[in-house]
Design a protein around this ligand. Structure first.
Ligand code: ATP
Length: 247
């Protein structure tokens, strides 16, 4: 399948000197589901920030390499422009607006797509609530009162509301009970299958991510050290123990 996202030989530095990524090359096929795995500090979040134009807010910069989306060079493209192209990044930490309702949080996604974004429509809610029924029941609740799992669902639902082509999710499972985390990954897989949007997840929990993703890359100290089909990676002896300290 043709690559939707192509990253080639990407190096990123923070503060002009601290090398966080070194020669990272990875592809996300059109309609594919790819996981970027690795321990704390390996550079996973930095990779997503480099794609979605957020490095500049953290004194980071792309030193070398390029990023293409559907054949177009998007290296260093500002995040609002990327969002208009349908490249959406659900950041680590479930950024929801706590004093706004679930519905208002979803509507906020329309700003991301700008004037060229799709018009507000009731079936947009239906789509999000179809995948995340728990949000339907809480649609008028303040987001700050939702559980951690529901807030993560809302963060993903908000991105979905903007009708992404490429959805990137950073550490969806962080701090969630295993059952809830598994539910969220199963929903991501369902969305990927039904909507045929491309998905790139960053995850420390290898087995969880590889159950949903088709392909995985392992980052270690800013470099890709392993890659392969999910089944192959899962079978590799002690993968999770080696990279995740026994997770
Ligand atoms: P985590 O799961 O902890 O987020 P990660 O794999 O996503 O880990 P990154 O957050 O991408 O890792 O960090 C990669 C490296 O870059 C680490 O050494 C980290 O200390 C460094 N780093 C990250 N953000 C900054 C920043 N804003 N300024 C300086 N160094 C940073």
């Amino acid at each position: 399948m043709a690559a939707a996202l192509e990253i080639a030989d990407l190096s990123v530095v923070y503060g002009g000197a601290n090398l966080a990524l070194e020669g990272v090359t990875l592809d996300v096929p059109e309609g594919g589901f790819v996981a970027l795995l690795g321990a704390n500090g390996a550079g996973k979040s930095t990779t997503l920030k480099a794609i979605s134009g957020l490095l500049r807010f953290e004194n980071g910069q792309i030193r070398k390499g390029h990023i293409r989306y559907m054949g177009e060079d998007i290296t260093r493209m500002p995040s609002h422009q990327l969002a208009r192209r349908g490249i959406l990044h659900v950041r680590e930490g479930r950024f929801v607006f706590p004093s706004m309702s679930v519905e208002e949080n979803l509507e906020a996604a329309l700003f991301a797509r700008g004037k060229r974004g799709p018009a507000l429509a009731g079936d947009r809610y239906e789509e999000v609530f179809h995948y995340f029924p728990a949000l339907r029941e809480r649609r008028r609740s303040q987001a700050g009162y939702l559980s951690g799992g529901e807030q993560q669902m809302l963060a993903i639902g908000r991105a979905l509301f903007a009708q992404p082509e490429l959805l990137m999710v950073d550490e969806a499972s962080l701090g969630l009970a295993p059952k809830i985390a598994a539910e969220i990954f199963a929903i991501l897989k369902q969305i990927n299958g039904e909507r045929r949007l491309s998905i790139l997840v960053v995850e420390q929990n290898v087995s969880l991510a590889l159950k949903s993703a088709e392909y995985g890359y392992v980052l270690e100290a800013g470099q890709i050290t392993e890659q392969g089909d999910s089944d192959t990676l899962m079978d590799r002896e002690n993968l999770s123990r080696r990279y995740l300290g026994g997770a």
